[in-house]
Design a protein around this ligand. Structure first.
Ligand code: CP
Ligand code: NVA
Length: 308
């Protein structure tokens, strides 16, 4: 049994196996209606709890569909509707759920909720996003990059904007998959030093560059995310927008990167804020492949967690 809590906590060989398996499983389903089961039914008879303490479209639907394609069943739970949201401890919740279900996916605020759930659960726990990281997203992003451009090892990735939870998992992935990452954004929103140091300790180049035009020179991939995440207070909205506006991804910024550079965004996007519609809908954008690949990547993550 394995928990999938974060990319830096997962063995690089296991991560590589998941990406390969995800690609193979995607290939095997080409042209089939989404609702048809996979030939292989590795989750037959298994029940998966999907807990959401924050909103979700992609994570919710892709996990649900993925479990069903592999022959399992899902139970969708909202934090507020559970006793968890009304004072029952995480440890007790984890022990109780482990008596009913075979795996738990949780999207929550504080990452301590996730780690405590994993500590007390006797079934695998998957991180479906916390305030601090979003590992499932980056597994889908690696799969997407490699489908379009081949091995990501040695590639130059530029993150522009807020050094948030998605950026943190990109930094973790840089260390584990061996690509370089440049962060460009205001110093107040830099990624955590701990994550930068960890990536650097694995021998990859991590650069902080305040000038977005300089940052994207020689980039193979440009990535951004919303300026205000679900855990951010709306009261800081105006201030954050002012700080982040220079880091918007527009057509001019894309032109400063390599000719064949890709654009990614985990979605949901705020069009004309962190990215223009011209870029989102343009030829370099692979955002909807990214969204689709959540499904395939997470199927491989779930199989690894259950060892099936
Ligand atoms: N990218 C992502 O995790 O989207 P949702 O919030 O819709 O799940
Ligand atoms: N950074 C965003 C990602 C949403 C998928 C958030 O945490 O709201």
């Amino acid at each position: 049994m394995n928990h999938f809590l974060d990319i830096h906590k997962t063995d690089p060989a296991a991560l590589r196996h998941m990406i390969t398996q995800a690609g193979d499983m995607k290939q095997a389903r080409q042209g089939r209606p989404k609702g048809t089961p996979d030939d292989d039914q590795p989750l037959a008879g298994q029940m998966v709890a999907l807990i959401f303490e924050k909103p979700s479209t992609r994570t919710r639907v892709s996990f649900d569909v993925g479990v069903r394609q592999m022959g399992g069943q899902t139970m969708l739970l909202s934090g507020q509707d559970m006793q968890l949201g009304h004072g029952e401890t995480i440890a007790d919740t984890a022990r109780v759920l482990s008596r009913y279900v075979d795996m738990i996916m949780i999207r929550t605020f504080d990452e301590n909720v996730l780690t405590e759930m994993a500590e007390y659960a006797s079934v695998p726990v998957i991180n479906g996003l916390t305030d601090r990281t979003h590992p499932c997203q980056i597994m889908a992003d690696i799969l997407t990059y490699e489908e379009h451009r081949g091995p990501i090892k040695g590639a130059n990735v530029v993150w522009t904007g807020d050094g948030n939870n998605v950026c943190a998992s990109f930094l973790h992935a840089a260390g584990q998959f061996g690509f370089n990452l440049t962060f460009t954004g205001p110093s107040q929103l830099d990624p955590e030093d701990e994550f930068i140091a960890l990536a650097r300790s694995k021998g990859v180049k991590i650069r902080i560059e305040r000038d977005p035009a300089k940052a994207v020179e020689n980039a193979d991939l440009i990535v951004t995310d919303t300026w205000i995440s679900m855990h951010d207070s709306q009261t800081a909205r105006e201030r954050r927008h002012n700080m982040l506006r220079p880091y918007q991804v527009d057509e001019v910024l894309m032109q400063g990167a390599k000719d064949d550079a890709l654009f990614m965004h985990c979605l949901p996007a705020h069009r004309e804020e962190e990215v223009t519609s011209g870029v989102m809908d343009g030829p370099q954008s692979v955002i909807f492949d990214e969204a689709e690949n959540r499904l395939h990547a997470q199927k491989a993550i779930m199989r690894w967690c259950l060892g099936v």
